[in-house]
Design a protein around this ligand. Structure first.
Ligand SMILES: C[S@@+](CC[C@H](N)C(=O)[O-])C[C@H]1O[C@@H](n2cnc3c(N)ncnc32)[C@H](O)[C@@H]1O
Length: 291
């Protein structure tokens, strides 16, 4: 059973308004929750093209969708135009990207995504490519590490953490999430009034850097308008302000090809947040290709 609970399910259906016979891309299949909802709405005759960069999540989504003839792709969503070319589709009716990671990935100890558990410090959402976080901690200069924690994690003590990493790696390898979490806790004070673990921001920054998450989002936003039919819709669910800013700027900065459908992002209701605390930070923005 997947652990992940899809956020904003009713809102995604409302804003994408999928209809029988349509062609829809779920760019982040994850545990298949949104895919299943979209699939039901586009039958009979519809086509769902589902991507995920993580083969583990793709397998979970495939199991959830059962026999449904979804077109599955183990790919980064920044590769969407070539995926569509492989399927032989030029334009689609809608694209959904629910970015970030799934609860199932956080719970997978072999990823080292969580600062609450101890596992190899890998952090790749696609374990088949790229550089694990432990290698990045060995390779980057102190300045580069500080920039990663500051720019992607908004960690105020970024320089202090980077310095401690460089001192520590001279003596030992930082190979596990537990080691990194303890290192950060030893030099970042717990912020007053906030219950959050001092390691939260450093882990976020490192994960974003390892997976080039903001770069992939920017490339998807650049490519998506070309992939949509006139009046087709692009829905992005983001989980922190860095991502939401990129989505907002992409929609507003491209008024000749995309119309922003809402000024303020759609957020989860109190009921949804009570049932699924992860929904608290979810923000949905939808753009429509100019007809
Ligand atoms: C929040 S989960 C999606 C959950 C899904 N909407 C559901 O209802 O179960 C995010 C998923 O997107 C995938 N992902 C993140 N960035 C990606 C990218 N650049 N390309 C492809 N998949 C990506 C992750 O591997 C993860 O499985």
């Amino acid at each position: 059973m997947p652990q992940h609970v899809s956020v904003l399910p009713a809102e995604v259906l409302h804003w994408l308004d999928p209809q029988p016979g349509q062609v829809i891309v779920d760019a982040t299949a994850g545990a298949g929750g949104h895919s299943a909802l979209l699939w039901q709405r586009i039958q009979p005759g519809g086509m769902l093209i589902a991507l995920d960069q993580d083969p583990m999540m793709l397998a979970i989504a495939q199991q959830r969708l059962g026999e449904a003839p979804v077109r599955w792709f183990h790919r980064n969503f920044d590769d969407l135009p070539s995926v569509l070319a492989e399927v032989g589709v030029t334009h689609v009716d809608a694209i959904l990207a629910d970015i970030g990671f799934c609860s199932d990935q956080l719970a997978d100890l072999s990823r080292g995504l969580s600062f609450q558990t101890d596992g190899p410090l890998d952090m790749r959402l696609d374990p088949t490519s790229g550089e694990p976080a432990s290698a990045m901690l060995r390779r980057c200069t102190e300045r580069e590490l500080a920039d990663i924690f500051w720019q992607y994690g908004e960690e105020r003590h970024s320089r202090r953490v980077a310095k401690r990493i460089v001192e520590t790696r001279k003596k030992t390898t930082i190979a596990t999430s537990g080691q990194l979490a303890d290192l950060v806790r030893s030099c970042v004070p717990r912020s007053k009034g906030h219950g959050i673990d001092p390691a939260t921001r450093v882990f976020q920054g490192l994960r974003i850097a390892v997976n080039d998450e903001l770069g992939a989002l920017e490339r998807l936003l650049r490519a998506a308008p070309e992939c949509l039919k006139p009046n087709g819709r692009l829905a992005i669910i983001s989980f922190h302000s860095l991502e939401d800013r990129i989505v907002k700027q992409a929609f507003r900065g491209n008024p000749e090809s995309v119309k922003e459908l809402m000024r303020k992002p759609v957020q989860a209701s109190e009921e949804e947040i009570a049932a699924n605390p992860r929904a608290r930070s979810a923000k949905l923005r939808v753009g429509q290709k100019i007809g």
